[in-house]
Ligand binder design. Structure first.
Ligand code: THU
Length: 156
């Protein structure tokens, strides 16, 4: 792969800002007539071309089929051949409002991301380009259950 991040190091500010900006742009497409809580995510491929895949949340009148922004971005990416990621930025707030809280990925999205990002995935939860928290998926999902637990090498 190459181009991997040093573990423990934070993303350079310019790279974090680029992902946050992409997440805000994706949030514009959020389909949220029920909650009116709009979320955007930007997921960066590790190494190679470092493509960035974006997603928004997509709700449904039957509620349950609702897809979070993070999984929209993830499934778009995997369906286009990307399987390893090193960072994701997430922004969320009620339509027309600014957030007082950061939006952390829900439990289902943590698990979905763990499959492809592992514990080192950088997770940037942003209120704005200048106000964000960067942590890792390992912090958000300790002892995550992944392919290794099933003794599977996903690249076989
Ligand atoms: N949502 C996301 O898209 N990502 C998150 O990290 C938190 C929740 C969406 C799901 C639903 O459309 C709305 O936010 C309210 O739960």
């Amino acid at each position: 792969a190459g181009g991997g991040r040093m573990s423990g190091a934070k993303l350079p500010k310019a790279e974090a800002v680029a992902l946050i900006r992409a997440a805000f742009a994706a949030r514009e497409y959020a389909y949220v007539p029920y909650s009116r809580f709009a979320v955007g995510a930007a997921l960066r491929e590790q190494g190679g071309q470092g493509r960035v895949f974006t997603g928004c949340n997509i709700e449904n009148a039957s509620y349950t089929p609702t897809n979070c922004a993070e999984r929209t971005a993830l499934f778009k990416a995997v369906s286009e051949g990307a399987r390893q990621f090193d960072a994701i930025a997430i922004v969320g707030s009620k339509l027309g409002e600014r957030n007082t809280l950061v939006t952390g990925p829900c439990g289902v999205c943590r698990q979905a991301l763990y499959e492809f990002g592992g514990p080192a995935l950088a997770v940037i939860m942003a209120k704005s380009e200048d106000d964000y928290i960067e942590t890792t998926l390992g912090e958000l999902l300790p002892y995550g259950f992944g392919p290794q637990n099933l003794d599977v090498d996903p690249n076989r």
